[in-house]
Design a protein around this ligand. Structure first.
Ligand SMILES: [Ca+2]
Ligand SMILES: [Ca+2]
Length: 270
C-alpha cells in the first residue's frame, strides 16, 4: 500500500511543478530570427486582478529557447507580472541579436515596457520604461518598425489604451530605451478584448511609411507618420463599424483587412 501512495504523491508534486512552469493558457509562442528561436510567457498567476485581456490570469515568468537549443527563464518577483499574452521578438538595435519586448507590470505601479535579451548564456532584462505610476494602468504594444526612415527602429505602443490613449514611440539602443514622442487620441485595444493587434505599418500611396491605428471609437483608422520626432495624422478613414478582429495587411500591401462584427472589411490605404 505504501508504494502506490508515495508514487501518487510524487506524481502530484511533479504535476504541481509542471503547472508552475506552464505556458499561459491563451498565450502565443513567438519565433525569433537570430539568437532566440522561441519565446513565451509562463507561470500563470491570478496575483494581479486587472483582467484587461479578458481574464485575471497573467504571467509570472518568461521562457526562451535559444538558437543553440538552451532553455532560459525569468521568474518575476511577486510584485510583478507580465501583463500580456506573448513575448514579442525583434532585433531592435540591429546588432544581430534578438530582443524580447514585454509588458512588465508592477501590481502597485502599473505597466511598463521592458526589453530582455540573452547575454553570456543568461536571459536578462536590458532596459525598461518607467512604470505608469498606479495600479490597473496598462500598455498595449503595437509595431516595431523604422517609421521615419532614419534607419532606427521605433517601438510603438499605446499607454492607457482605454483612458488617455497615448500613442508613444520609443527607441532601444546601447542598453537604453529612449522616449521619442507621444500623441493622445489613438487606441489599439478595447477593454476586456483578447484582440491586441489593431495596428499595421503601411506604405501610403505617396510612398511615405505610416502607422495605421484606430481612433478611440474603434470605427475609424488613422494613418500616422513620424517626422522630426513627432507624430502627425495624415488621413483618417471610416472602418464601416466597430473593429472587432485583428487588423492585417493584404498580400499586395494596398489594403487593410479586418472584421466589424460579422462583416469582413477591406479598406484601401490612402
Ligand atoms: Ca538586437
Ligand atoms: Ca526610425
Amino acid at each position: 500500500m505504501r508504494r502506490p501512495l508515495l508514487a501518487a504523491f510524487a506524481a502530484l508534486a511533479m504535476l504541481a511543478q509542471a503547472g508552475a512552469q506552464e505556458r499561459l493558457p491563451d498565450g502565443i509562442v513567438n519565433i525569433g530570427n537570430n539568437d532566440i528561436a522561441e519565446a513565451w510567457l509562463t507561470r500563470p498567476t491570478d496575483r494581479y486582478a486587472h483582467g484587461i485581456l479578458g481574464d485575471a490570469i497573467e504571467a509570472g515568468g518568461l521562457m526562451v529557447r535559444t538558437r543553440d537549443g538552451k532553455t532560459l527563464r525569468i521568474v518575476l518577483p511577486e510584485q510583478f507580472v507580465f501583463e500580456d499574452r506573448q513575448a514579442r521578438i525583434h532585433d531592435l538595435d540591429g546588432d544581430g541579436r534578438d530582443e524580447i519586448i514585454v509588458v512588465l507590470t508592477s501590481v502597485t505601479e502599473g505597466g511598463a515596457l521592458a526589453v530582455y535579451g540573452v547575454r553570456d548564456g543568461k536571459l536578462v532584462k536590458l532596459a525598461q520604461t518607467p512604470h505608469i505610476g498606479r495600479s490597473n494602468r496598462w500598455i498595449n504594444p503595437a509595431e516595431f518598425a523604422d517609421l521615419d526612415g532614419d534607419g532606427r527602429i521605433e517601438i510603438t505602443a499605446v499607454w492607457k489604451p482605454h483612458l488617455a490613449r497615448e500613442l508613444q514611440a520609443w527607441r532601444y539602443a546601447n542598453g537604453k530605451l529612449t522616449h521619442v514622442t507621444t500623441i493622445e487620441g489613438y487606441s489599439n485595444h478595447e477593454i476586456g478584448s483578447r484582440v491586441q493587434d489593431l495596428t499595421e505599418v503601411v506604405k501610403l500611396s505617396d510612398g511615405r511609411t505610416a502607422l495605421a491605428i484606430p481612433t478611440p471609437g474603434y470605427d475609424e483608422i488613422a494613418f500616422m507618420i513620424l517626422k522630426d520626432g513627432r507624430f502627425s495624422e495624415v488621413a483618417r478613414v471610416p472602418a464601416g463599424g466597430k473593429i472587432t478582429s485583428p487588423v492585417t495587411l493584404n498580400e499586395r500591401g494596398r489594403r487593410l483587412e479586418f472584421a466589424t462584427g460579422q462583416k469582413k472589411r477591406s479598406l484601401a490605404i490612402p
